[in-house]
Design a binder for this molecule. Structure first.
Ligand SMILES: C[S@@+](CC[C@H](N)C(=O)[O-])C[C@H]1O[C@@H](n2cnc3c(N)ncnc32)[C@H](O)[C@@H]1O
Length: 219
């Protein structure tokens, strides 16, 4: 898909593609049912929400905290003629009270010594433990899934895979690692490599990380 991506909006990359891969196989089974509802939390350009609509999901809603991302995703949906409703707000706030068959999220998960700020860094910065958005999403997801609903979430293994699995399990979901791949550090991670080494999170000279898709479902 050729998508408009204004400055400051996250460019779809390896994490987006890994999550899309997991989502496509989920959607193949789901879209045989009528009225499938999908939510994409932190939509950026809208790439994942648009893919879900293209796969045949009946109702796709996307949310982002950045107005720039919301406007880009709305434009991309209009240009491609795909029925995606894009809402502005924090996490699931704009859709509270609704339930979804599939929730997708590629949230900010990058560990950073810098405080969270407004602006472009919000697309990736997730605080010193990389969990400032993931933890809140794990707490909200169980209450937003239909009975057989599925959450697919992508993150770096550096941000704590076990912490995510445990948090989702505490919320009553069965959670497991669905996909995993190793990628070389991109520019943001490369800038933080010395700090990650100091924290003992990576080996000296290690410049790669595992990306993981976590799948969670109500037991
Ligand atoms: C890593 S980008 C992923 C973008 C897109 N889903 C993709 O995979 O290409 C994370 C997105 O989450 C958004 N975001 C960050 N914090 C958020 C929050 N609290 N609520 C909603 N969206 C948020 C950012 O603006 C950004 O667009």
């Amino acid at each position: 898909m050729r998508l408009l991506r204004p400055r400051g909006v996250y460019a779809p990359q390896e994490d987006t593609e890994l999550l899309a891969q997991a989502a496509r196989s989920e959607l193949r089974a789901l879209c045989e049912q009528p009225r499938v509802e999908v939510l994409d939390v932190g939509t950026g350009t809208g790439a994942l929400a648009l893919m879900a609509a293209e796969c045949g999901a009946a109702r796709v809603t996307a949310v982002d905290i950045s107005w720039r991302a919301v406007l880009a995703a709305r434009y991309n949906a209009w240009r491609l003629g795909l029925p995606v409703v894009v809402r502005h707000g924090d996490l699931t706030g704009p859709v509270s009270g609704r339930r979804f068959d599939l929730i997708l999220s590629n949230p900010p998960y990058v560990l950073s010594p810098r405080p969270l700020r407004r602006g472009a860094v919000r697309t990736w910065n997730a605080g010193v433990d990389g969990r400032q958005v993931i933890d809140r999403l794990c707490d909200r997801a169980p209450g937003m899934l239909t009975d057989a609903g599925v959450l697919l979430l992508v993150q770096s293994a550096l941000s704590g895979v076990d912490a995510t699995l445990e948090r989702l399990q505490d919320g009553g979901l069965t959670a497991r690692v669905e996909l995993r791949t190793t990628i070389p550090f991109g520019p943001v991670m490369a800038r933080h490599a010395d700090w990650l080494e100091e924290q003992g999170l990576i080996e000296p000279e290690e410049r790669k990380e595992d990306l993981v898709v976590i799948r969670a479902q109500r037991t």
